[in-house]
Design a protein around this ligand. Structure first.
Ligand SMILES: NC(=O)c1ccc[n+]([C@@H]2O[C@H](COP(=O)([O-])OP(=O)(O)OC[C@H]3O[C@@H](n4cnc5c(N)ncnc54)[C@H](OP(=O)(O)O)[C@@H]3O)[C@@H](O)[C@H]2O)c1
Length: 326
């Protein structure tokens, strides 16, 4: 009998009901590929957008009516169970984590990935569940704060949405860097955000960060709840407004502020960089993990069979940190 893997296919763009469990032939790793038994995979906002086919302008690249690569999921952690003849970085038995990128298919029992992709050895200090989410919140927030925002020790940073996947990682990264961290969250999550390293927490359900007269060097709007125009008055002289949620308004602000004025709006698609750059950033994040200054925050863990349910929870907008399948 032919061996198969279990994965989730996106029938057509739409809600979580479009996710269908499928069996596919077990892939045989090519010369530079490894076959991984997946122990945990991430369920992220980006996965939800991919499933919904949003933003619509991404469809010419991803597939017009349904995703060209139909499988769901990017972030994963697992163990190498077979390796191609030319593989040098990994061996059978290695625990690894990383992301499938535009190949997708991480929400599965197995996956084949190239050793030259975004794949690293998993340290013992990270569980498979934690490692599976490293390429979402931690990697994105690292890129936004360190590379895009050029946040430095001693600077003041405001993190909007401190309890989400990006926000919970951003608070830890900014605190580790020696920045003075303020974050917004609801009262329910204020303790978590303070424990992660925020010196001040603003309850977004009761207070407006713009009303206390404080100025920040960097405002990282992790969930796109503000805008450059709205946040501008809370930025210092050369303040940077960073937002990972692309909208036409943000795009206009990024273009306009790159030409005029000292305060800037900045956006990036963190995961679209070259694998070696992403691996280098992950190595920096692993150093934080080893030093005990970064621990990915886990919310719910669902079995692989409950991906649709996990998508519904993730998209309700109230997760604390990350959702995974394991
Ligand atoms: N550009 C890139 O490279 C890139 C990469 C990855 C992700 N992204 C994008 O980044 C965004 C953030 O993703 P995420 O996974 O971090 O979000 P998330 O985890 O889903 O955010 C949920 C959290 O936000 C809090 N929240 C909701 N409304 C809030 C408000 N008005 N003020 C403050 N906190 C609020 C919620 O707390 P309560 O329950 O207490 O309300 C909850 O803890 C997504 O749009 C995703 O697509 C972009």
């Amino acid at each position: 009998m032919q061996a198969t893997l279990t994965a989730w296919s996106i029938r057509r763009y739409g809600g979580p009901e479009q996710l269908v469990a499928v069996e596919r032939p077990m892939p045989v790793p090519g010369p530079t590929e490894v076959l991984i038994r997946v122990h945990a995979s991430a369920v992220t906002r980006a996965d939800g957008m991919m499933r919904a086919g949003l933003p619509r302008f991404s469809r010419p690249f991803l597939g017009l009516r349904r995703p060209r690569n139909d499988l769901s999921g990017t972030g994963l952690s697992g163990v190498v169970i077979a390796a191609g003849a030319d593989v040098t970085r990994f061996a059978v038995g290695d625990a690894v984590f990383g992301e499938a990128g535009l190949r997708f298919g991480a929400n599965a029992s197995h996956i084949c990935l190239d050793e030259g992709g975004v794949l690293l050895r998993k340290p013992e200090s990270l569980s498979h569940e934690q490692a599976a989410v490293m390429c979402d919140g931690p990697l994105t927030s690292w890129h936004f704060l360190r590379n895009l925002g050029e946040l430095r020790a001693g600077e003041r940073v405001l993190i909007l949405g401190g309890s989400g996947s990006l926000g919970s990682a951003a608070v830890q990264i900014a605190a580790d860097l020696g920045a003075e961290v303020t974050a917004t969250s609801s009262a329910r999550n204020a303790g978590l955000v303070a424990d992660l390293g925020a010196a001040r927490v603003i309850d977004y359900t009761r207070e407006d960060f713009r009303e206390d007269g404080r100025r920040y060097d960097v405002i990282f709007d992790t969930i796109g709840v503000s805008s450059f125009a709205a946040a501008r008055g809370s930025l210092g002289r050369a303040g940077r407004y960073l937002c990972p949620v692309l909208t036409p308004g943000l795009l206009v602000s990024v273009l306009r502020t790159s030409l005029f004025g000292r305060r800037e709006a900045r956006f990036a698609a963190a995961g679209l960089q070259a694998p070696e750059k992403l691996r280098a950033m992950l190595a920096e994040l692993l150093a934080m993990v080893e030093a005990g200054t970064l621990a990915p925050v886990l919310d719910r863990v669902y079995p692989l069979s409950d991906l649709a349910e996990a998508h519904r929870y993730m998209e309700a907008g109230h997760k604390r940190g990350n959702v995974v399948l394991a």
